[in-house]
Design a protein around this ligand. Structure first.
Ligand SMILES: OCN(O)CCCc1ccccc1
Ligand code: NI
Length: 187
């Protein structure tokens, strides 16, 4: 669990680099990285553990945020419906590419935050409401994932990290809470 302590913060150049593709077959190091990133998210969403270790709950984590400039990101979106499904999305995205996206945009009503950005940056972060992601699984096999709404927002936030973008890059400087007509505001 080496990474608990040192999530890289805005200002560290690793967050502004285009991350390198992950090579296959996965090295033991990369397998361990994928495991540790997902474990970090699971722990961060456990109130007792998070409080004890002073963790901000995370729904996603990208390798550059733990100082590794590789195209790997973990997504763990909890399911708040009281059905039996724990997560809306639990996945490790390796070498992800958004291969198609809706014309319609969506943004979180309360804006976004980031484990690597300590300051609050208010404003809508316009993203595609629905996307199709092509990525590789642990065996290197190409997979396709279609997501919409909140899971899609999180996936786009993570994929942005792999290309050196941070959420506030996308906030309209002049009118931070201007939503494009026809876009969805997700609360
Ligand atoms: O990169 C992940 N991380 O900084 C944690 C926050 C993730 C996140 C927060 C709000 C909207 C989308 C994604
Ligand atoms: Ni982030």
């Amino acid at each position: 669990m080496y990474m608990m302590k040192n999530i890289t913060r805005d200002g560290n150049p690793v967050l502004r680099k285009q991350a390198a593709p992950v090579k296959f077959p996965l090295s033991d190091t990369d397998k361990q990285l994928a495991h540790d990133m997902m474990e970090y998210l699971i722990n961060s969403q456990n109130p007792e553990f998070a409080q004890k270790h002073h963790l901000r709950a995370g729904v996603g984590l990208a390798a550059p945020q733990v100082g590794i400039s590789k195209q790997m990101a973990s997504v763990l979106v909890p399911n708040d419906q009281d059905d039996d499904q724990d997560y809306l999305l639990k996945i490790t995205l390796i070498n992800p590419v958004i291969i198609s996206n809706s014309v319609q945009n969506a943004q979180l009503a309360e804006g976004e935050g980031c484990l690597s950005v300590d300051k609050d940056v208010p404003g809508y972060v316009p993203r595609s409401a629905r996307i199709t992601i092509r990525y590789q699984d642990f065996d290197g096999k190409e997979q396709t994932l279609r997501v919409k709404n909140y899971p899609a927002i999180v996936c786009q936030h993570e994929i942005d990290h792999l290309r050196g973008h941070l959420f506030y890059d996308r906030i309209n400087k002049n009118e931070p809470f201007k939503a494009e007509s026809g876009s969805t505001i997700i609360s």
